[in-house]
Design a protein around this ligand. Sequence first.
Ligand code: ADP
Ligand code: MG
Length: 233
Amino acid sequence: MDSTDFSSLDLSASLLKNLRSLGYEEMTTIQAQSLPHILAGKDVIGQGKTGSGKTAAFGLGILQKLDVKNFELQSLVLCPTRELADQVAKEIRRLARTIANIKVLTLCGGMPFGPQIGSLQHGTHIIVGTPGRIEDHLSKKTLNLGTVTTLVLDEADRMLDMGFQKSLDIILRKIPAKRQTLLFSATYPDQIQSMSKRIMLKPVLVQVNSTHPPMTTALLNNIFTKLPITKIA
Ligand code: ADP
Ligand code: MG
């Protein structure tokens, strides 16, 4: 059984103190199961329903390894929509409020390019954005992902449902292969499994499913082909 006490983790004293002040008394299940692997630098796939606390799981991983004195971009978090990117950036800033001079920038569509380019020129530690806008900045050469050491795909199932696979492929080609990749998703369909095989290195799979065990398409097909067909008279 994993400990649910944040202080059992290898987290800095200032992050621990801030968690207490935010009222985070203990880890949620997905945090308790994923954070030890995330903090050990492993690639992690985290599957858990909405509200299970996935943002703090990857957020604390990013913040614990961040070097705030280094003004290079260190982490990229991709989210399916602007609303989700804004929520994630807000939660990361809350988790980071004891770290002086940390820069978290959101890069989403529907916003003008000018201020985003200005912010990029000033330097940022963490970018939270949507795949389309990140791809746009890459093609304009206003964003360099060559220094990224942590990539997070949040709500990966929704990003694929929304047709972002091509953008993700383009973005992934610009991030060094030597990196930590964290993938979070509410569901774990075949598409996610095959993508994780392509982009992750020996990922640890953490599934927190309070109701059902995961039902992949392959498993379902397997069950259906084995069911005897009974005719109802
Ligand atoms: P998910 O991404 O899994 O849907 P979130 O990361 O958005 O979930 O977290 C849901 C809510 O739970 C947020 O309001 C967050 O601040 C809160 N939360 C996360 N972890 C903890 C914790 N360990 N203790 C208390 N509240 C938490
Ligand atoms: Mg989330």
